[in-house]
Every structure is written in structure tokens, then in C-alpha cells.
Write a protein that binds this ligand. Structure first.
Ligand SMILES: *[C@@H]1O[C@H](CO)[C@@H](O)[C@H](O)[C@H]1NC(C)=O
Ligand SMILES: *[C@@H]1O[C@H](CO)[C@@H](O)[C@H](O)[C@H]1NC(C)=O
Ligand SMILES: *[C@@H]1O[C@H](CO)[C@@H](O)[C@H](O)[C@H]1NC(C)=O
Ligand SMILES: *[C@@H]1O[C@H](CO)[C@@H](O)[C@H](O)[C@H]1NC(C)=O
Ligand SMILES: *[C@@H]1O[C@H](CO)[C@@H](O)[C@H](O)[C@H]1NC(C)=O
Length: 741
């Protein structure tokens, strides 16, 4: 049934209104209800709760479903992608990627995005949001790294915490993924990440510990092995004495789709609570279902363990109030075009979500270079003056060029995994991709911004000569270039890239396009859309007066960019990784070629990205935490004081420029030398909104664990004795204040 637009809007309003109201139960109350339900179930019903209904099942509505028990009022639980918004349906928002969310360094926006996504999943009847992705960007070419929050474990942990809190605040279950060390696409179905325990705990596990603190409903075990054992039957991670349960995790562990191997008892007894999608999908799977039933019948899995699995799956459903008044599933993931009788056309987009996505797109744009100059001004408000750089002085601009295929509308017909890159890149490909239904490309947004005041010449391909012809002698030339990556799978290879990027170059000769345009236009503004670091050897070119690293900003990519170009938004995005000139600066590699599943030793240990560069004395082109503003900020008055087992770091930030702006103040900690930590590690950040000339006092609390290291022999977080240094500033390199305690 197709509903009218008006009905859709009303439905949307109603859903949004009652999505606010649910009663959060305590875990104890939720478990009491869950255990009562388990007591009323047959063996087959229990198996049906912990096993997906099957990838090939014609009744499947979502990416993953379970078998309902109508007599107990338990529906089929609906699991759906993805971490940047609903996939496989219409009428939804294409949210910014995880890596752009990290780029905002704004807990406020991280949480607001989570809540807005939760509202859309709820409105579609999805019980479980398959996110956030929390995989550390161990190597910048890692195919899915854009789904997550970058190479820094602290930033990843905070972004995960806020996302989960936001999603679950509207009664939708979040699913922290992928446990653990899921860091490249090549060979992911069986590679072994061989990680020493301290590194595992401090880098790859720390964000999961934060997700447990957020009360996350579920955790997804990964395809890869850890130290030789499959993540989904690794008792050290999932078992009663494993890391998750010891951290206080109360929800359930669900397998990544087809990540289960070996026997039902191997997995169930190691701590796996649910298998998805339920059947064998070539790469693995088909371990529970009938096999689990046999294993229970012959005693290799105990009834009490099965009961525990079922109770863990039910408890978050009760805890988040999904047992009462939750919308029924109203879409059909098997018909992503919205056709068929099971797609009810419910629209969950809203003006508020569109505005939020635009705000995040702007707040995640990183201004890397700005050589704003005004020359030739005469009398009276700069009459006859030319203004180069950013923001664009539209009143002085008579001719504009827009160059590069990355400025134009992408091909929306290339499949629900978005496996192509022939227009603007707003999100990577694979199961973490999202809806392009309502995307607004940069060319459209710039065209409406420029209006009739200037003549626009565009060349929306990467043809070098055509780009040069369009840009020659123009008052300003916007040149767009991109790089993309995505998920491996049964999916295609996209322009020769099998999930992980092949290199750190811009695609489609984007670097040459930029250099050629800069040779003929002395006010070239470069816009990069990318899933992660790219080489920028041209960044010092004198005719390149502005560079915006816009990442993968989601559907409001054009309007969000124009907000920054125009000065409506003063940029405050910061790099959540470093941009270096060669891959060796990162100290890690993707293993592309192997005879069978490789063993990958994590020999770099704690030293990823800026930590490795610090240790090696490498100066990146643009460092972690870096980003310019249209105003300037000063830091002063650092003090640190004890507060129980915490330390409070206090300082003052002043907007010393002429316009309002937002500073992202960062706190890095230096451990006592004997602790064996990297030179400096991020341990706090704050978004500070300041009118011109105004100061604010900022206080950031370092908790006990923020000052601890993982002590493997003691199996505990331990705060080392000695003197700690505190570095406060605007990036890892731009330290403005130093203290110690
Ligand atoms: C992985 O194996 C290595 C070598 O045996 C060991 O040192 C390390 O602690 C193991 N990692 C974990 C997380 O147990
Ligand atoms: C119990 O059943 C499982 C699943 O069919 C099987 O893998 C296992 O070998 C059986 N164990 C025994 C002791 O019969
Ligand atoms: C251009 O801007 C960069 C930073 O944005 C600055 O480092 C550089 O000195 C500027 N160059 C000129 C010529 O103003
Ligand atoms: C930039 O180029 C324009 C047009 O080609 C020219 O009028 C202007 O003087 C140049 N400005 C600088 C600073 O080179
Ligand atoms: C900068 O642009 C001007 C055209 O405005 C061009 O003549 C000049 O050669 C360019 N500079 C460089 C270094 O390419």
C-alpha cells in the first residue's frame, strides 16, 4: 500500500512524537521479565530467538531477522544497517560518515546524530541499529575505516559512547562492532590479527569498554581471528571470564553475518549468544539452528547456557521498552527500491534531521589552508579590491569555475551498496553506505549560492584540458577531487580497489587536475572528499588559496560545504588522523597478497598515526587535530588540580579575532617515561563557541583510567607512579600550554 505524502508526513510526525516516550527499565527488571519469558518457551522457540531466519528466507524483512513467538508477544527482531543511516529503504536520511562525525570533535553533534538515526530506525520498526562501527583506522587505506572514528582510541571511544547514548535514548538498540581488531578488508574472513594484550586493551578494546559504559545492548563479533581463534568463539573476549563480561556487559553478542565457524558448542560455549543471518553463506555461518538444537539435546551445550543466551537477547528489548508500543517493521530490505506489498512507504526523514546533517557536514569540514588576501583596494569599503581565499567575497567575484566530477550528482542507479565513484563522494561503499535518495551535490549548492551575481563555467569531469579551459583566469576556481573505499564482500571491485584502497592517491587523476587548474587560476579553492588521508603534494602551491578537507559528509554535502565557503559557518572541523606524504609515515601496512589467510602481527603496538610519527620524528603535512578557523584563539591560565582520583585540567580560551567562531581545545597527556606510553596521547577535547573578543574557562576531567595503562601481569588498569605532563592546544603539534602533575 502506498500512502499519500500528507499521510506520510503525519505518520512521521506521530512516530517522532511517540518515539520520545518510553520507560527505560533497569537491567535487573529487564532480566526478570526476560527470564520469565524464557521459562515459558519450548526448545524450538529458544533456538529461533538466537538464530537468524536465513539470508535466503523469503520472509526476511531486514538485514537480519529472528523467529517471532506470537503467543508470548515477541516479534521477529529486526536488525538493519547501517552506521550512517538506514539502508535498503526509501524516505530516510543519508547521515554523515563516522569519520566525519569524529572530525567535528563535538560530543553534542555525535550524540545528536545518534539520536536522529535512532529516530529513523525506530520509525521503520528496526529493533537493532547495526552500529556504531568502532574499528580503529590502523592503516589509512583500510576499506571501512570511514565507518568508524579514526586511529585514536580515545576519540573513537568518546564518539562511540555518544552515538550509542543517542541511539538508545529513543529506545533503539545499538550494536557495537566489530569485536575485535577488524582492521582491513583483504582476507578479513579469516586473517589472524596477532596483538599483544596491552595493545589490544589500550587501542582496540578501549572503545568497546566505553560502549559497555554507555549500556550498549549488543556487540558484534568480527569476521577475523584474534591470535588464531575466531572472534565469535573466543572465550577470552566473550566468555564468562572474558573481557566483555568482566567489563560489565549485560547485553548479547551477535555474530557478524557469516562470521561463525566450527560447531554450535564451540560458539555457544565460548559466549556467542546469537548467530546471523542464520544460514551458511559460503564464508561461514549455519552453526546454530538445528545444530544448536542437537547440541542441546546431546548435552554439549547446556540448557542453562541456552537459557542465558535467550535471556540476554530479550533483556535489552525489555530494557529499552521495545515490548510496548514499538512500531512494527514497515519496510522490506529485500526490495530496497520501495516496491512490493511489504514496503509501506513510511517516511522518517524530517526537516530537523536534514538541518542536523547539514550542520555536521559543515562542522566536519576541515579548513587546511587559507591564504586570504585583499589587494588593489581603493577608497570606500575596498572598492575595486580583489579578495582571494576564504570565505568567498561574493560581491567581488564576477567569474566562477567549478571543476571535477566530484562536484556533480553521483550515479544513484549503481546499486544499494553504492559501489561506484562517478560523481560526488558523500559516503563509502558496502553495508556501511547509506541512502543517496536526497543528496544535494556541491555543484547545485554552489550554483544557488552564487546566484546571478557571477558567471559560472563548469567542467564536471576530470578531463584535464577541459578543467583548465573552465578555470583559466577566473576570479575563483573550485576544484573537486576524491578518494573512496568500502567493504569487501561478495561485492565488486570498485575501479580496481577491493575494499581497501590501493594507495593514498586521489582517484581519477585528481591531483593532476588540481595542479593544472592552479596553474591557470590564482584563486584556486580545493575541495577534497575522501574516506581518509590522501596525498596533497600540491598543498603549498601559491595559487591554491584555500583547501577544505570535507571527508564523506553525507547527503547535505553541497549545502554544508557552501555554509563554510560562504562564511555562514566558521569552520571548526579537525583532522581525526594525520595527512602525511608517504605511507611509511603511518608505520602499518595492509596485507594484500597472501597464500591463504595471513597472520598479521601488530608490531607497531600502541603507535598508530600521530603516536608513530611522534616516535619517529616524522612531521606530517597536516597533523592530527589540525584545522583552521576564520578567526583566531588564544590559550591561557592552565592549572591542574586533584579531585578524588581524577585530575581537573583548567584553562582559558579567548577568541582574539573579529568574528564569532568555535575552537576545539584538545588535551594530550604525557605519561611518566617508565610507563612505556607514546609521547603524547589524546585524553580530552571540548567544543568552545565564542563571540569575537570573548573568553571562556574550560575544564576537562581526566578520570583514573585516562591516566592508566593496561598492566598485563596484574590484569588491570594501573596508574603509573611519576610525573605526568599535560599539553593543551589546537592540535597534536600546536601546543599552547604545558603543565605537569
Ligand atoms: C596473542 O599471542 C601472543 C603470543 O603468544 C601473546 O603474547 C599475546 O598476549 C596474545 N594476545 C592476547 C590478547 O591474548
Ligand atoms: C552433539 O551435537 C553436535 C551438533 O550436531 C555435534 O557437533 C556433536 O558432535 C554432538 N556431540 C556428541 C557428544 O554427540
Ligand atoms: C598561507 O596560509 C598558510 C596557512 O593557511 C600559512 O601557513 C602560510 O604562511 C600562508 N602563506 C601566505 C603567503 O600568506
Ligand atoms: C590573479 O589573476 C587575476 C585575473 O587573472 C588578476 O587580475 C590578478 O591581478 C591576479 N592576482 C594576483 C594576486 O596575482
Ligand atoms: C598562478 O596563476 C597565474 C594566473 O592567474 C599564472 O600566470 C601563474 O603562472 C600561476 N602560478 C603558478 C605557480 O602556477
Amino acid at each position: 500500500m502506498r500512502t499519500s505524502i500528507l499521510t506520510q508526513l503525519l505518520l512521521c510526525a506521530v512516530l517522532t512524537a511517540y518515539s520520545q516516550a518510553f520507560t527505560l527499565r533497569s537491567w535487573d527488571d529487564a532480566y526478570a521479565l526476560a527470564n520469565t519469558a524464557v521459562g515459558q518457551m519450548t526448545l524450538d522457540e529458544k533456538i529461533g530467538i538466537v538464530t537468524g531466519t536465513g539470508q535466503l528466507n523469503a520472509n526476511r524483512r531486514c538485514v537480519g531477522d529472528t523467529t517471532p513467538i506470537p503467543r508470548l508477544g515477541i516479534p521477529s527482531f529486526c536488525f538493519n544497517d547501517g552506521p550512517a543511516g538506514m539502508r535498503l529503504t526509501k524516505g530516510v536520511t543519508g547521515f554523515p560518515s563516522g569519520i566525519n562525525t569524529a572530525s567535528t570533535f563535538s560530543k553534542r553533534l555525535m550524540r545528536a546524530r545518534g539520536k536522529a538515526m535512532g529516530e529513523e530506525f525506530r520509525g521503520k520498526g528496526v529493533h537493532v541499529f547495526l552500529g556504531p562501527a568502532m574499528d580503529i583506522m590502523r592503516n589509512p587505506k583500510a576499506g571501512r575505516a570511514w565507518e568508524s572514528f579514526g586511529p585514536d582510541p580515545y576519540l573513537t571511544g568518546e564518539a562511540s559512547f555518544e552515538t550509542i547514548t543517542g541511539v538508545q535514548s529513543v529506545g533503539v538498540q545499538a550494536c557495537a562492532k566489530h569485536l575485535i581488531a577488524n582492521n582491513q578488508e583483504h582476507w578479513r574472513y579469516g586473517l589472524s590479527a596477532n596483538v599483544d594484550e596491552r595493545t589490544l586493551r589500550e587501542v582496540y578494546w578501549a572503545p568497546f569498554e566505553r560502549s559497555v559504559e554507555a549500556g550498549v545492548a549488543s556487540v558484534m563479533c568480527a569476521y577475523n581471528r584474534l591470535n588464531g581463534t575466531s572472534s565469535c568463539h573466543q572465550a577470552g573476549l566473550l566468555g564468562p571470564n572474558g573481557m566483555l563480561r568482566k567489563a560489565g556487559f549485560k547485553g548479547y553478542v551477535v555474530s557478524d553475518w557469516g562470521a561463525t565457524h566450527d560447531s554450535a558448542s564451540d560458539n555457544a560455549n565460548a559466549g556467542l549468544d546469537m548467530e546471523q543471518p542464520g544460514d551458511n553463506i559460503v564464508i561461514g555461518g549455519g552453526v546454530f539452528g538445528g545444530n544448536l538444537k542437537n547440541a542441546v539435546n546431546n548435552g554439549s551445550v547446556s540448557v542453562s547456557r541456552l537459557n542465558e543466551m535467550v535471556a540476554r537477547v530479550l533483556a535489552p528489548w525489555y530494557r529499552l521498552g521495545q515490548d510496548s508500543g514499538y512500531p512494527a517493521v514497515n519496510f522490506d530490505a529485500q526490495k530496497p527500491d520501495g516496491s512490493g506489498p511489504r514496503n509501506e512507504g513510511v517516511v522518517v526523514r524530517s526537516a530537523a534531521h536534514t538541518a542536523l546533517v547539514r550542520e555536521i557536514a559543515a562542522a566536519s569540514s576541515v579548513l587546511l589552508k587559507n591564504n586570504r588576501t585583499a589587494t588593489g583596494g581603493g577608497a570606500g569599503a575596498g572598492a575595486g579590491m580583489t579578495v582571494r581565499g576564504l570565505p568567498i567575497a561574493l560581491e567581488r567575484i564576477k567569474s566562477v569555475a567549478i571543476v571535477g566530477q566530484d562536484a556533480k550528482m553521483p550515479n544513484k542507479a549503481c546499486g544499494d551498496l553504492n559501489e561506484c565513484n562517478d560523481g560526488t563522494m558523500s559516503i563509502g561503499w558496502g553495508s556501511g553506505s547509506n541512502s543517496l535518495e536526497f543528496i544535494v551535490p556541491p555543484v547545485d549548492a554552489i550554483t544557488s549560492f552564487v546566484g546571478t551575481g557571477a558567471i559560472i563555467t563548469s567542467s564536471l569531469s576530470n578531463d584535464l584540458d577541459a578543467g583548465v579551459n573552465a578555470a583559466r583566469g577566473k576570479d575563483v576556481a573550485f576544484v573537486f577531487a576524491n578518494a573512496m573505499s568500502g567493504e569487501l564482500g561478495f561485492y565488486d571491485i570498485v575501479v580496481g580497489n577491493q575494499g581497501d584502497r590501493n594507495d593514498l592517491d586521489l582517484w581519477w587523476k585528481g591531483g593532476s587536475l588540481i595542479e593544472r587548474v592552479a596553474a591557470v587560476c590564482n584563486n584556486t579553492i580545493v575541495v577534497i572528499h575522501s574516506v581518509g588521508p590522501v596525498y596533497m603534494p600540491w598543498s603549498v602551491h601559491p595559487n591554491i588559496t584555500g583547501i577544505i578537507y570535507a571527508g564523506a559528509p553525507g547527503e547535505q554535502t553541497g549545502p554544508g560545504l557552501v555554509d563554510v565557503l560562504s562564511g555562514k559557518v566558521n569552520p571548526s572541523g579537525r583532522l581525526p588522523f594525520s595527512i602525511a606524504d608517504n605511507e611509511a609515515a603511518y608505520g602499518t601496512q595492509i596485507v594484500y597478497n597472501s597464500l591463504g589467510f595471513p597472520e598479521i602481527p601488530y608490531t607497531e603496538k600502541l603507535n598508530l598515526d600521530y603516536r608513530y610519527m611522534d616516535a619517529q620524528g616524522v612531521t606530517p603535512r597536516f597533523e592530527f587535530g589540525f584545522g583552521l578557523s576564520y578567526t583566531t584563539f588564544a590559550y591561557s591560565a592552565l592549572s591542574t588540580s586533584a579531585s578524588g582520583t581524577s585530575r581537573v585540567v583548567k584553562f582559558t580560551v579567548t577568541n582574539t579575532g573579529a568574528i564569532a567562531g568555535t575552537e576545539i581545545a584538545q588535551v594530550y597527556l604525557g605519561y611518566p617515561t617508565a610507563a612505556g606510553e607514546p609521547k603524547r596521547v589524546l585524553r580530552g577535547f571540548e567544543e568552545i563557541v565564542l563571540a569575537a573578543g570573548v573568553s571562556a574557562s574550560v575544564s576537562i576531567t581526566l578520570g583514573e583510567r585516562d591516566m592508566s595503562v593496561w598492566d598485563t601481569p596484574r590484569q588491570a588498569w594501573v596508574r603509573p607512579a611519576g610525573t605526568f605532563s599535560v599539553f593543551v592546544g589546537a592540535s597534536i603539534k600546536d601546543v599552547r600550554l604545558t603543565g605537569s602533575f
